[in-house]
Design a protein around this ligand. Structure first.
Ligand code: DOR
Ligand code: ZN
Length: 433
């Protein structure tokens, strides 16, 4: 296949280049490529040609939560949003916390995926050796230092330290850094304001602990959903000392703040919470330091969200709006396309060792998104393919409409229609570490 006359967005930025793919891979990137006899030609004049995005933080609820998402609906939402690889979190039911649960989950998902995927393994108090023995079969290990949706939680020093020491040191250990004891204390004060019942202090305490243990053990650490200025200061200071730490920010915390949570009610309830305007601004000010942007796509039904504050589950969907919001931010001049590609394609592939992903580059998978930068539209709940059927960004005007999406060289989505068959998405392969 030849995609010609478009603007290819490489890791270094946009260039006028044609792209040739064969089987599943990109085989040539050059100016003015001539179609071969019988070659399929995609005319991309006026379009931007991006590498498919990697969302390294989704919760697709399979197994255990099919009323709010399953792996087919979740990966379709990803595809419609130009995300061609997802890494799925372990807080399913049962949790992905034993070899058996991991294998059962992998078998269950294989026939449902329409984009490529990897799975996280979830840390518990007791699965230290088992987690380490499975490291090459998962994207990373996730360790919840504070409780959130689901039952995964590790708060005691001993299992945290042993996980940090035992899980292969070069393989990412991803922390949900909110401190359980302080969450209990602030939660009991009864505020309905989520940023007060799970305040920045809880994040600061847990992160300080994780960084100290990462420093001592010499392991790589990836911090999920960093939300505050103080956390960024701690991470940058640790990096200066040589701690091998990278961090993620979500579009939720980039584009929304606690005032939106007051407006949205429980539909803006997420862990960690939407923060103050000043913390939100700090994320943009430190954009250069951010390693990955992952969505924390965490669908819950409207009925679940409409319960009283204390009962309503935390979590907000986002996999389908990641690329549209960030692409629009490039049109608004907030960031460059190259900066977005670094954080949504290049860095996630490098951090999680996704061998065949990571850029529009010869030899990589032909995961490709064609966008018309001039076409503007409004984000609506109705467009959302997640089973939850809502987005906090409904009503937002964006520029840049996704026209076509290819997964490993196959047209999977075109002009608002998913063409991919369930089971066409494949497990990713990892660099050995
Ligand atoms: O708000 C959240 N929702 N934070 C998490 O850590 C988990 C997620 C979910 O799975 O619903
Ligand atoms: Zn999450």
């Amino acid at each position: 296949m030849l995609i010609r006359n478009g603007i290819a967005v490489l890791a270094s930025g946009p260039v006028r280049l044609d792209i040739r793919t064969r089987d599943e891979s990109v085989i040539e990137l050059a100016e003015n490529l001539i179609p071969e006899p019988d070659e399929q030609v995609i005319e991309a004049e006026g379009l931007l040609v991006l590498p498919g995005f990697i969302d390294s933080h989704v919760h697709f609820r399979d197994p255990g939560g099919p009323h709010k998402e399953d792996f087919f609906s979740g990966t379709r939402a990803a595809l419609a949003g130009g995300v061609t690889t997802v890494l799925d979190m372990p807080n399913t039911q049962p949790a992905t916390d034993t070899r058996e649960h991991l294998y059962e989950k992998a078998a269950l998902l294989a026939s449902k995926a329409v984009v490529d995927y990897g799975l996280y393994f979830g840390a518990t108090d007791t699965n230290i050796e088992e987690a380490a023995s499975l490291a090459n079969e998962v994207a990373a290990m996730k360790l919840y230092m504070g409780s959130s949706t689901g039952s995964l939680l590790v708060t005691e020093f001993s299992p945290i330290y042993r996980h940090f020491k035992t899980f292969p040191l070069d393989k990412p250990l991803v922390v949900h850094a909110e401190d359980e004891q302080s969450l209990k204390y602030f939660g009991a004060l009864g505020s309905q304001d989520h940023n007060q019942s799970r305040p920045p202090l809880s994040a600061q305490i847990a992160l300080s602990r994780a960084l100290a243990i990462a420093e001592k053990t010499g392991r790589v650490l990836h911090v999920a959903h960093t939300t505050t200025e103080r956390e960024i200061e701690l991470i940058l200071e640790a990096r200066q000392k040589g701690v091998r730490v990278t961090f993620e920010v979500t579009p939720l915390h980039l584009f929304l703040n606690e005032e939106d949570q007051h407006r949205l009610g429980n539909f803006g309830k997420v862990n960690p919470p939407l923060r103050s305007v000043s913390d939100q601004t700090a994320l943009w000010r430190n954009f250069a330091a951010i390693d990955t942007i992952g969505t924390d796509h965490a669908p819950h039904t409207r009925a679940e969200k409409e319960q009283p504050y204390a009962q309503a589950p935390s979590g907000i969907p986002g996999v389908q709006t990641l690329l549209p919001l960030l692409f629009n931010a490039t049109i608004e001049g907030k960031v460059t396309l190259a900066e977005i590609i670094q954080r949504c394609v290049v860095n996630p592939a490098r951090i999680f060792g996704l061998k065949r992903k990571g850029a529009l580059e010869v030899g990589k998978d032909a995961d490709i998104v064609l966008i018309d930068p001039r076409q503007a539209y409004e984000i609506t709940d109705q467009q959302m393919l997640s089973k939850c059927g809502w987005t906090p960004f409904a009503g937002t005007q964006v520029s840049g409409k996704i026209q076509q999406v290819f997964v490993r060289g196959v047209l999977a989505y075109a002009h608002d229609t998913c063409l991919a068959q369930p089971g066409s998405g494949k497990p990713v392969s990892y660099e050995a570490r």
